[in-house]
Design a protein around this ligand. Structure first.
Ligand code: PBG
Ligand code: ZN
Length: 327
């Protein structure tokens, strides 16, 4: 039997590394990355996070050395999470001028002025009940929380933050923070919205790291239902209208379709948060010798970019930058 005369042979462009490099559509650079940093007011030495091998809660005194390290690796910046010594019902530590994040911002900018410093802007680490805002009975009171978000964002701005990243999924949070920042004279301070954030089981290890597990219930009345993608568009478009500068999808791996959908529908830069549970799964399998950690991580990061992400928030950022720089 005769074989068909093939016109199309995609293998022609896979023949060797040179041609594969020439036609590669997507690439990774250390500057694509933002490294999450947990600063704990109650410690004087770094404490490992059990469910996230290689990740630590650090004391204020280590913030400078971390930002120097990320800067020397070419990583664009860090996102700060604070663990305060004292919590209360409303999370007032979030807008304390001497709060742990406010101090960490100053330390980071002092040590490495060129590093971009972002503040996760929420209340779950600051409230004694672990929810992302003020409670009214067992519900999070949306509008009372907006007023506090304005105070928190302005307080971070006064401490010298480069970007505000609200993560609490409150309705109107971008408009409220924009109005607050503008009226306080911070018209040029950008907002990266956790625009499309799902009520995800993948946040488990983070809540150990940040001590932010809700003491009752869950976050399903403010974070999104994993079943929904049309609602993701609605959340994204509202944040565009309210003045967000960058949109984020979170988590990453299980939501690649959402990254692409939002990317195609908007013209804002897109970020993805490769969350704690995604990191923990890779680390656990790698420790068992079941996967090649470096190859799996680089493939995943490349796939985030292919899906439409411009920026990647990841606990793997230091390793990825080292691997890219050594290549
Ligand atoms: C706080 C916040 C969370 C994460 C980022 N900001 C946890 C949550 O919503 O419970 C999760 C990050 C991760 O899992 O790595 N609102
Ligand atoms: Zn929160």
């Amino acid at each position: 039997m005769s074989l068909p005369d093939l016109i199309h042979r995609p293998r022609r462009l896979r023949k060797n590394p040179t041609i594969r490099n020439m036609v590669r559509e997507t690439s990774l650079s250390p500057s694509d990355f933002i490294y999450p940093v947990f600063v704990d007011e109650t410690i004087t030495e770094a404490v490992p996070v059990a469910s996230m091998p290689g990740v630590f809660r650090i004391p204020l005194s280590d913030v400078g050395s971390i930002t120097k390290k990320t800067a020397s690796l070419g990583i664009s910046g860090i996102i700060l999470f604070g663990i305060p010594a004292k919590k209360d019902a409303v999370g007032s530590g979030g807008w304390d001028a001497n709060g742990i994040v406010q101090k960490a911002i100053q330390e980071a900018k002092k040590a490495s002025p060129e590093s971009y410093v972002i503040a996760d802007t929420c209340f779950c680490e600051y409230t004694d009940h672990g929810h992302c805002g003020v409670l009214d009975g067992h519900e999070v009171d949306n509008d009372a929380t907006l007023a506090n978000l304005q105070k928190e964002a302005i307080s971070y701005a006064k401490a010298g933050i480069d970007m505000i990243a609200p993560s609490g999924m409150m309705d109107g949070m971008i408009a409220a923070i924009r109005t607050g920042l503008d009226s306080a004279g911070f018209k040029d301070l950008p907002i990266m919205s956790y625009a499309v954030k799902y009520a995800s089981a993948y946040f488990g290890p983070f809540r150990d790291a940040a001590d932010s597990t809700p003491s009752f219930g869950d976050r399903a009345s403010y974070q999104m239902d994993p079943a929904n993608s049309r609602e993701a568009m609605r959340e994204a478009m509202l944040d565009v209208e309210e003045g967000a500068d960058i949109l984020m999808v979170k988590p990453g791996l299980a939501y690649m379709d959402i990254i692409r959908t939002v990317k195609d529908a908007t013209d804002l830069p897109m970020a993805v948060y490769n969350v704690s549970g995604e990191y923990a799964m890779v680390k656990a399998a790698a420790e068992k010798g079941w996967i090649d950690e470096k190859r799996v991580v680089l493939e995943t990061m490349l796939s985030f970019k292919r899906a439409g992400a411009d920026l990647i928030l990841s606990y793997h950022a230091l390793d990825v930058a080292r691997w890219l720089n050594d290549a």
